[in-house]
Design a protein around this ligand. Structure first.
Ligand SMILES: C[S@@+](CC[C@H](N)C(=O)[O-])C[C@H]1O[C@@H](n2cnc3c(N)ncnc32)[C@H](O)[C@@H]1O
Ligand code: SF4
Length: 343
């Protein structure tokens, strides 16, 4: 029988286990402390549990951490990690050090259903949802885990399409019994799914990044089919009901494609669409992917675009492109691995 991983479990799930094994309720908290505070490698190290309790736990459970199988280092310090899931699928996480920050870009699914035109993960199609163990393991099992200051769910997959497991992982990351991270250090990035977005905003305080890429519904649906199910105009109306002026931040991600969405007409439309909303814009450089007729805009164009938005009260930054020499656009490495597996 396969053992169940404890890593990634919420306190209430651990309490279910201790109850079923006839252990006192407080044992669940002790187990959480061993896993999330002390970061032990085996159940045998839980020395404030009796030998009998450890034996019982060991029969059905394990810590459930699994190290990355590959690491690719960029000249700029970015490291891309490849993990193998128990079902022999591949997922990627990217470690991005930057002055006093160190961000980990974490995956939420193997592949993705959303099929955005410009995204390598989208081209893979959907294979599986990651469970909370597999999401937390990406953080737990990298050598730089103690250096991390920020986490972004911007790796493979659409987090709101796997919201239950994502919310569990966010609970473990932000709870007192877990990693005790402030929700201000965590950002969830999404194309915006009608049901998931509302649910996420109600259940989590983490920052929200919406992948917008065009202010015009017709163009956006050409780039991102998810627009057809939940339009950006409706999404913005929904977002207006929430307060982003305090703890939680709202940002919009905008890949600037040459000759597609890079003229000031689009900047003007963005200003119109987002007027009055407490938010910022991140302009992203496109990482070219094979067989897609899109190119990134040049830096001059991006600067003009940024300056227009900033002059119209939309605070805008240009995100530094990191790890281009190691295919840091997510989905590249796992696609290559998948092809190797099938050849
Ligand atoms: C891979 S997605 C994962 C999170 C979520 N599914 C989303 O789309 O926001 C994270 C970000 O990467 C962007 N992205 C995808 N493919 C890209 C590429 N080839 N170059 C630059 N950014 C890309 C997405 O638009 C999104 O803003
Ligand atoms: S950009 Fe995000 S939603 Fe679109 S296909 Fe890629 S991972 Fe999925």
């Amino acid at each position: 029988m396969n053992k169940q991983p404890l890593l990634g479990m919420t306190l209430s799930e651990l309490q279910d286990i201790t109850r079923n094994l006839g252990m006192p309720k407080f044992t669940a908290k002790q187990i959480a402390t061993w896993i999330y505070d002390k970061r032990i490698d085996s159940i045998n190290e839980m020395t404030n549990l009796s030998l009998k309790q450890r034996e019982k736990l060991n029969e059905e459970y394990e810590i459930g951490a699994s190290a990355p199988i590959e690491a690719m280092r960029s000249a700029d310090g970015t490291i891309k990690y490849l993990f193998r899931t128990p079902d022999n699928n591949f997922i990627e996480s990217v470690y991005i050090p930057d002055d006093d920050r160190a961000t980990l870009c974490v995956s939420s699914q193997v592949g993705c259903k959303m099929n955005c035109k410009f995204c390598m993960t989208g081209k893979q199609g959907f294979t599986a949802n990651l469970n909370a163990n597999q999401i937390i393991n990406q953080i737990y099992s990298i050598p730089e885990r103690e250096k991390l200051t920020n986490i972004v769910l911007m790796g493979m997959g659409e987090p709101l399409d796997n919201l239950d497991e994502v919310l569990k992982a966010l609970e473990v990351l932000t709870s007192d019994y877990g990693y005790k991270w402030s929700s201000k250090r965590i950002t969830v990035s999404t194309v915006g799914l009608r049901k998931g977005l509302r649910h996420f905003l109600e259940k989590s305080n983490c920052h929200l990044a919406i992948s917008i890429h065009s202010p015009l519904p017709a163009q956006r649906s050409d780039l991102m089919p998810a627009e057809k199910a939940f339009s950006i105009t409706e999404m913005v109306d929904l977002l207006r009901n929430y307060d982003f002026s305090k703890q939680r931040r709202l940002s919009f991600e905008y890949i600037v494609f040459k000759g597609v969405n890079d003229s000031l007409i689009y900047a003007k439309e963005l200003v119109k669409l987002l007027r009055g909303l407490d938010c910022r814009i991140n302009l992203i450089r496109f990482h070219a992917i094979p067989n897609v007729d899109l190119n990134g805009a040049d830096m001059d164009t991006m600067i003009k675009f940024r300056d227009y938005l900033t002059a119209h009260e939309l605070f805008t930054t240009i995100r530094a492109s990191r790890g281009e020499d190691i295919f840091a656009a997510c989905g590249m490495l796992s696609t290559a691995k998948e092809q190797e597996k099938n050849s």
